[in-house]
Design a protein around this ligand. Structure first.
Ligand code: PMM
Length: 301
């Protein structure tokens, strides 16, 4: 027998090697909690995100922030390298990948379940290679065939968020008859493209896309109509965190509340969304939203 492979205590050197650290089991999608809504922490590796002021610009600071979220109990960390702020400029593909890939790798290595917020199939493919499990895509109606091909080939989970146009045009496209029915119909039309391309329904998570080609009234109507989305047999994700419509709601002295003062309202939405059957919430402040979804689960039980 090779002495290096000898069982502890049986070889010539009888003292077993000390175990310094147990390897952390890698999180899986299937291992996500099913007794409450899932909390997805937002990690924007961008210099211009509207709500966290571009706090996580370098890979090291982003990894540290992601680990803090992970240890605060985030079920999934959503890493994004391109701002989706209305009016924002496109980030070149190589720059997007340079920002996010080291962060994805480090968080996966630490045991976190990682999603990647990207509209590009090439970035999605590299992120999956780096260990990401979910692709979160704000393309909406502009979903590319290339992305569908990558998802089908890799069997990845996919957040299909409703959106019209791109960051420059979405503002002018916020016109609906019945916003709930229109958003649902457009979302299901994109879902049908995914189906036709070989992506299983089970892998597709629907998101009404609050704030994307929607004004505040649209967002509130979609939250009231969330049951129409959860009734489709797909998981549903809600992203209300620190968005402008919450700032407008909390206006005081004629001034909208700034993003950092919108966390309590965000947690209230998380509790309501979870109570309405949402599978998950995408949030900046993990701790308060984890409490909120626990409250919703306990109140329902
Ligand atoms: N919102 C933003 C970015 N990505 N992804 C999903 N699935 N749902 C959302 O509502 C969503 C998203 C914009 O907000 P941020 O700049 O705070 O990330």
């Amino acid at each position: 027998m090779d002495s290096l492979a000898a069982a502890p205590g049986t070889g010539p050197n009888t003292s077993p090697l000390p175990v310094l650290r147990k390897p952390r089991a890698r999180a899986t999608f299937e291992g996500l909690p099913s007794d409450r809504a899932v909390v997805m922490g937002i990690l924007n590796v961008t210099p211009d995100s509207f709500s966290d002021g571009g706090a996580h610009v370098t890979a090291d600071t982003a990894i540290a922030a992601g680990l803090r979220m992970f240890y605060s109990g985030a079920d999934i960390i959503d890493v994004g390298g391109e701002s989706t702020r209305p009016g924002s400029d496109e980030v070149p593909e190589d720059e997007e990948q340079r920002r996010i890939l080291p962060v994805v790798e480090a968080l996966v290595k630490a045991g976190a379940l990682v999603s990647v917020d990207t509209r590009r199939a090439s970035t999605a493919e590299k992120a999956l290679d780096a260990g990401a499990t979910v692709i979160n895509d704000v393309s909406g109606n502009l979903l590319s065939d290339e992305m569908i091909r990558v998802l089908a080939e890799r069997g990845a989970y996919y957040v299909l968020m409703h959106n019209r146009g791109d960051s420059k045009t979405m503002g002018s496209l916020a016109e609906y008859g019945d916003v709930v029915e229109d958003v649902l119909a457009e979302t299901l039309a994109v879902r049908d493209r995914l189906r036709a391309g070989g992506v299983a329904d089970e892998k597709v998570i629907l998101d009404p896309g609050l704030g994307f080609a929607k004004d505040g009234e649209h967002n509130w109507a979609l939250l009231r109509g969330l049951g129409r989305f959860t009734a489709q047999g797909h998981r549903v994700l809600v992203g209300a965190s620190r968005k402008r419509f919450l700032g407008e709601l909390l206006t005081s002295g004629g001034k909208a509340a700034p993003p950092q003062q919108r966390d309590a309202a965000t947690a209230a939405i998380s509790a309501l969304a979870a109570a309405a059957g949402a599978w998950g919430v995408r949030v900046h402040d993990v701790a308060s939203n984890l409490d909120a979804v626990k409250v919703a689960a306990r109140a329902k039980a």
